[in-house]
Design a protein around this ligand. Sequence first.
Ligand code: ADP
Ligand code: MG
Ligand code: MG
Length: 199
Amino acid sequence: MLDADFFRRWMTAATVLVDREADRLTALDSPIGDADHGSNLQRGFTAVAATLEKEAPDTPGAVLILAGRQLISTVGGASGPLYGTLLRRTGKALGDSPEVSADQLAEALRAGVDAVRTLGGAAPGDKTMVDALVPAVEALGDSFAAARTAAVEGAEATTPLQARKGRASYLGERSIGHQDPGATSSALLFVALEETAGE
Ligand code: ADP
Ligand code: MG
Ligand code: MG
């Protein structure tokens, strides 16, 4: 079973990865965006880690709801509300149990990803974070490792796509040939999840 401490460690692991990969995320956002994705998420996850440390919510749902709220209020741009919605909706779906199973987390994350799709209007293949999130939550029923692999492969598979949502879509065909920054950062969430589960 996964308790609040597991979820706090997951968010901390995500913060470490976002810090480490921030320059790369911003570089990916340079040719097909406005070169701020790494710094946006770095600001957001730094706030998430600080708030979780201070408030130490005592259920899995409360950890994710608080993290999502922080992302919405500190990350500017498209990705803040989308990631905030992902975590808040997932947290709500977990309810107020002190511990949840991996299957419950998988189901809650599917609800979170559905909320991202509703908010942003992106479908798989539109070259957005949805291209990493959807295969990841589909694979999560198997294992955390399978979800991580599916997310990383989903992010890599955005390279040949033409963007149909977000800032990159303004470039039309010129968005082809670049990996989507948001799909890349979404994969980091699942790398962090696998790391946390494997500790
Ligand atoms: P901004 O584009 O406002 O500068 P960021 O650079 O932080 O925001 O985030 C860009 C990422 O957000 C994109 O790479 C993409 O994955 C994601 N994104 C943008 N618009 C959408 C959308 N409508 N649905 C899903 N994801 C989106
Ligand atoms: Mg940007
Ligand atoms: Mg921006």
